[in-house]
Design a protein around this ligand. Structure first.
Ligand code: AQP
Length: 333
């Protein structure tokens, strides 16, 4: 049996990297697996990075992330969709896994090293982030995890954690596998950053719900092939951010045309960017219309999440009973 789990952090407005790398996949897998597709807004993870956490905005960003996923097509009546902090078992299983995960394994995580390097004082929670992530997945005994490439190392660790638990306490958890969206392994930032990321700020991201004029204001000055100085210079689309975006948003004929046009200097960068905007508008306009509709009916979003949390608790509670019992806690069934 396949069971899907994935989480998304409420650390900022969702962007097209989240959309192509993860959110679109959530919907597709949701249609395939229904109640066995479990998605969570991982708000307990957000405060692990003090640079990305603000108590004044956490609730709003959590709501916005839920709304964005529903606008993309996630139906909380068909899949299980909820907020992590509303299902207490995540934190409990996270603690159980913390007890036996070697600190050395966690210190090797690339994301930890990147984020810790920017902090003067490193919260223990930042180091434990992938342990809680393993708990998120294994609490539902999920085996399939749709994520972007940046998460692959964490999913490997979740496999290790499952293996270790099974070895000590008997067969309990599956070893989960990452499922990558090949077309969007790592969507680059519009500022030229290797990975578009909420915590890098709005100058790096193209928001899923961002007005088209504001997107154009970022696309217009965005870097292209640096060797293409004059309009008449041929360019290399293989090293051009705008061409990466064309591959996500444009139809095949446009991709072919701008690829050829760039190499032969038949099209200038501004025209190429204008063509890209056509694809962006086509993809994002219906999502933004659904988002506006949901914003006018916040109870639909909140009710959907409450319903999801109830269903998540119903799956999580017996798994936690099993874990407590296998680990030998007093009073466990
Ligand atoms: N640029 C991206 N390209 C492809 N997939 C991406 N994902 C994130 N960025 C890209 C995938 O989106 C899912 C949610 O991940 P997240 O909430 O950690 O997103 P984020 O934008 O990376 O958020 P943060 O808060 O800014 O995190 P950090 O600081 O870690 O980058 C995941 O499946 C992720 O792979």
């Amino acid at each position: 049996m396949t069971r899907v789990f994935s989480g998304i952090q409420p650390t900022g407005e969702p962007h097209i990297g989240n959309y192509f790398g993860a959110m679109r996949n959530y919907v597709r897998l949701g249609e395939q697996y229904g109640q066995d597709a479990i998605y969570c807004i991982v708000d307990l993870h957000a405060p692990t990075n003090p640079l990305a956490y603000d108590k004044a905005t956490l609730a709003r960003l959590t709501f916005e992330m839920a709304l964005a996923n529903m606008a993309v097509g996630l139906d909380p009546q068909k899949v299980v969709f909820f907020v992590q902090s509303q299902v207490r078992e995540h934190a409990e299983l996270g603690w159980m896994f913390t007890l036996s995960t070697p600190v050395g394994e966690l210190e090797r995580m690339t994301q930890y090293k990147d984020k810790a390097g920017k902090l003067e004082s490193i919260p223990a929670g930042l180091l434990m982030y992938p342990v809680l992530q393993a708990a998120d997945i294994l609490l539902y005994k999920a085996d399939t995890v749709p994520v972007g490439e940046d998460q692959v190392q964490h999913i490997e660790l979740a496999r290790e954690i499952a293996r270790r638990f099974n070895h000590h306490y008997g067969d309990t958890f599956p070893e989960p596998k990452a499922v990558l969206e090949k077309a969007a392994l790592r969507v680059p930032g519009v500022d030229g950053n290797a990975k578009m990321s909420k915590s890098k700020g709005e100058s790096s991201t193209i928001g899923l719900l961002e007005p088209v004029e504001s997107i154009w204001a970022k696309i217009r000055p965005a870097p292209t092939d640096p060797a293409r100085v004059r309009r008449t210079d041929p360019g290399n689309p293989d090293i051009c951010l705008i061409f990466d975006y064309h591959k996500l948003f444009s139809d095949d004929a446009t991709i072919l045309e701008v690829n050829e046009g760039c190499r032969t200097a038949g099209i200038g960068c501004i025209d190429c960017k204008k063509r890209l905007m056509v694809g962006i508008e086509r993809e994002l306009t219906p999502i933004q219309a659904r988002a506006a509709d949901l914003r006018a009916h916040p109870d639909t979003v909140l009710g959907g999440l409450e319903h999801g949390a109830e269903r998540a608790r119903a799956i999580a509670a017996p798994v936690m009973d099993e874990v407590r019992s296998k680990m030998g806690f007093l009073g466990a069934a």
